[in-house]
Ligand binder design. Structure first.
Ligand SMILES: Cc1ncc(COP(=O)(O)O)c(C=O)c1O
Length: 299
């Protein structure tokens, strides 16, 4: 299970390669102080660069990163872009598998980041299976979009930076997809702050998994997740700190963009809901990890 020590080790390993992103106070009239952790200013526009560098550097240290085979990842989104970027920085090839239905602009971004893009299958699960076969066949390091120890530990760096800048933060609000970011942050801030994960009610995978006590398979709107893919690794972590976390569902969700989320909820209504005490305490200092794939590329 990922611990704070793992997150600290990942943070030290990736220093100089990932950015320490700034935090700004929102200035909104809310019952607590709201801070945005501006992770959209991270390389490639999301926190995924943190895990990507950590996973790839760890593989290199372990002698697993072949200079010719490089890395392979299945993702048409931020994870694919972040891993392609990290591979380019580390001087190894990146192969990114995406479904045939992947939007042309995402494929173009991956090409621009120097990746070889393979469009395979009609849904994400098929692209992932093909990526895993590719890794087994040619020795490329398989980088998961969220469910590997190195990826989770790297993502947790967001939590370390929030704590360093805002030592009295009591609550961190995190968007949940597969749960890697939330798992990493939960490890980083364990015993110091609570973590609230937000996931769409149309895709309540983590919600269901925590209730069931095991990874939960769910049919997504536009692609399918096979059993176990909402993060066995992250689930172990999150179950261990269950009393200090909460998962809330939001009615609208669009590409994990907090900017859009807050617009959907109209004047930060959604954040006002956090007025309710949680785990016996009210929220006073809330840090919101803010990154979205619509943010402009920073590199
Ligand atoms: C910007 C952004 N926020 C949050 C998430 C959710 O991350 P995770 O899959 O680690 O839960 C993602 C996943 O792609 C993302 O791209």
């Amino acid at each position: 299970m990922i611990t704070r020590a793992d997150v600290e080790a990942a943070y030290a390993k990736t220093a100089g390669l990932v950015r320490h992103t700034p935090m700004v106070s929102s200035g909104e009239d809310l019952p607590f102080t709201l801070w945005f952790k501006c992770e959209f200013m991270q390389h490639t526009g999301s926190f995924k660069a943190r895990g990507a560098f950590n996973r790839q550097l760890t593989a290199r240290e372990d002698g697993e990163l072949s200079e010719t085979a490089g890395i392979v990842v299945a993702s048409g989104g931020n994870a694919g872009l972040a891993n392609a970027f990290a591979a380019a920085r580390l001087g190894v090839p990146a192969t990114v598998f995406v479904p045939e239905t992947a939007p042309a602009n995402k494929v173009a971004k991956l090409h621009a980041a120097g990746a070889t893009v393979v469009q395979h299958g009609s849904e994400y699960a098929e692209a992932f299976t093909a990526a895993a076969e590719f890794a087994a066949f040619n020795g490329a390091v398989l980088c998961h979009a969220y469910d590997q120890p190195g990826i989770v530990a790297g993502a947790g760096g967001v939590g370390l930076e929030v704590l360093a800048e805002l030592p009295d933060v009591d609550t961190l609000l995190v968007a949940v997809g597969g749960g890697g970011l939330m798992g990493g942050i939960a490890a980083a801030v364990e015993g110091k702050a609570r973590v609230v994960g937000v996931e769409p009610e149309t895709v309540p995978t983590l919600h269901e998994a925590l209730a069931a006590g095991r990874p939960y398979a769910l049919v997504f709107l536009d692609y399918r997740m096979p059993p176990g893919w909402n993060g066995a690794e992250t689930l172990r972590r999150l179950r261990a700190v269950a009393p200090s976390l909460r998962v809330v569902l939001c009615s609208a969700y669009s590409d994990y963009s907090w900017m859009e989320l807050s617009q959907e909820f109209g004047d930060l209504q959604f954040l006002k809901e956090l007025r309710k005490p949680f785990n016996g305490q009210v929220v006073r200092q809330l840090a919101l990890s803010f990154s979205g794939s619509r943010a402009p590329l920073t590199d």
